[in-house]
Design a binder for this molecule. Structure first.
Ligand code: SF4
Length: 170
């Protein structure tokens, strides 16, 4: 009798785990690490020192000995993934590649209404590396022109007190 109860509790927890995983849009595989409070926490950000890149995906799912990054944006609804989100996924793939020595074949992006998959192909990797190089060039430059005309962005920006281009008072 006790055995039957233990078994049915185990089955219940398994069913619950499957439902939660399905709701989160996670691919099947062991959750190796997570940054959102379920499972083993990802204690430190992943670091790719030679690209001066760091970051923490919401989940790392282990499939066949490879870690698959998963990013969940529950407040976002769209029929197509935003390009910036895809580049974020590509950056996580690069971080996994650099920290484990094994490049993920893909990464997963979950919106409130849809799940997308980014294949981590050589052209995606090349595009990401070009983007990282551009970003570092901007960060290293002494003077960078403002890229927008939106005072609200400046009002919410932590640099407005020292920024000569700010459209809002510091
Ligand atoms: S305050 Fe300067 S750095 Fe910040 S958003 Fe505005 S222009 Fe950009």
């Amino acid at each position: 009798m006790l055995g039957a109860i233990v078994l049915s509790l185990a089955a219940l927890f398994l069913a619950l785990a499957l439902v939660l995983r399905q709701r989160a849009g996670l691919p099947w595989g062991r959750i190796a690490a997570t940054d959102v409070g379920v499972g083993r926490p990802l204690e430190r950000p992943l670091v790719a020192a030679r690209y001066r890149l760091t970051g923490k995906p919401d989940y790392l799912i282990e499939r066949g000995g490879v870690l698959i990054p998963v990013e969940v944006k529950p407040g976002r609804q769209a029929l197509q993934p935003y390009d910036a989100d895809l580049m974020q996924l590509a950056a996580y793939c690069l971080l996994v590649e650099e920290t484990t020595g094994r490049a993920p074949p893909y990464a997963v992006l979950r919106y409130a209404n849809a799940t997308f998959r980014l294949e981590y192909r050589p052209d995606v990797r090349r595009r990401l590396l070009a983007l990282i190089a551009d970003m570092h060039a901007l960060l290293d430059a002494d003077d960078v022109a403002r890229s927008h005309d939106d005072p609200r962005r400046c009002a919410a920006c932590g640099f407005r007190g020292v920024c000569d281009d700010a459209l809002a008072d510091g």
